[in-house]
Design a binder for this molecule. Sequence first.
Ligand code: SAH
Ligand code: SF4
Ligand code: F3S
Length: 464
Amino acid sequence: MTEPTTRQRESGSAHKRVFIQTFGCQMNEYDTAKMLELLGRERYTRVDRPEGADLILINTCAIREKPEHKVYSLLGRLEGLKRRHPETVIGVAGCVAQQDGEKILKRARNVDFVFGTDNLFDLPEMLARVAEGERFARTQWRPPKAPVENFIPPEAIPGLTPGSADAAAPAPVKAQLAIAKGCNNMCTFCVVPYTRGREVSREPDNILQEAAALVARGAKEIMLLGQNVNSYRAQGVDFVELLHRLNGLPGLERIRYTSPHPKDFNEPLARAHRDLPKLCEHLHLPFQSGSDRILRAMRRNHTIAEYLEKLAVARELVPGLALSTDIIVGFPGETEADFEATLNVIRNVRFDHLYAFKFSPRSITPAAELPGQVPEAVKAERLSRILALHQANAQAANDDMIGSRQEILVEGAHPRDPNSRMGRTRGHKSTKIPGCAAEPGALVTVEIVAARKFSLVGKVQGDG
Ligand code: SAH
Ligand code: SF4
Ligand code: F3S
């Protein structure tokens, strides 16, 4: 044991340090922000290294093998730290925690507590139990009943609680806001229904309150989050109606959402992209595979023709609509012909952004047991063919934007060039603006003067 004196003295002091590492999707980032807000009230401040922290939290992702593996290797790396400083509390949160629960306590002796995706609002109480010497895994679901504040209590919304420590803390220019959680779709490859539970939509007033609080703290753009965001429905308000209400929020400049499911994408939603000035002209609509046979085996509940028809309607209604998608290659039983069908969709649609993944068998999902598992080498080869095709498409799509005028929401300085600003177009394209000194949160109009594969360069028009 080394250095016990300083640490013991500090553990009794008012301020404590938390290190939190987040894996996975924006929902996990959102949950991390909520945990930090709760901990802020317990007088924790965030530090960016695990060494010297009083509390280490790992917010985990189980979507594919790789992020799950990273969690266990991080826990392995923390073994020495825990040996040297047994008073450091280590907690595991998120989707691997929900999925593996007690197993994590058995596998990683240095972990003090594990809590699932529905338990994060109990964090202060759980820390008190750990301080009493308990070691536990808590993964019970909250009952999905009204009032849905149950799932994000109003006291967890900064700015709504008088005197809360973080009420005045600035919000990021681009803020995230969960409007629903869980998923009822049960796609055969996906852990989310098991790690996030049944679908529950949050009450619209509660969402609008949090949105208003975010805007009051400086947010200009809000990304609405849900695992199946466009099936949102609460108190008779559907997703399109919710977008209309948010569009009326003064001070909010941009609205985005992720991820919608194709089966719930409809013409009213496409029209909202045309009619609501704040809703950006960008649609992320995963199609996963271009083959109907594979889509059926994935249980996606739509055909590729239906998907393409929806895109055609959206493109017709919303000129300049940017499109992005998710694809899985090497799903069990995927033949070369099935894969060619996926390539054809990419060729024909010409997505602006594309996220492609090698199928990763997840032991708790039915697809892990399907016959016809595709060899790793074939998956890798298919993935590289997709990426090559997409890169050519992305360059062509960006080249087409040269000479156009675009609105950029400035996010900050360019990481390698302090005399330039970085931001995104309404179509979500990352854009560098040389010679611009606008503050983060400013909207500037630029003319696109150069295009790279994954970014644009813009010249300020007027007095940006
Ligand atoms: N709810 C969203 C997807 C969320 S998960 C939707 O239905 O579209 C994000 C992406 O991860 C998915 O779109 C899929 O492409 C990928 N993914 C999910 N499970 C996977 C697995 N087992 N192997 C590989 N990729 C997977
Ligand atoms: Fe997973 Fe998305 Fe399917 Fe839900 S809709 S099961 S989150 S892939
Ligand atoms: Fe990962 Fe859970 Fe998100 S599995 S992708 S962190 S919902």
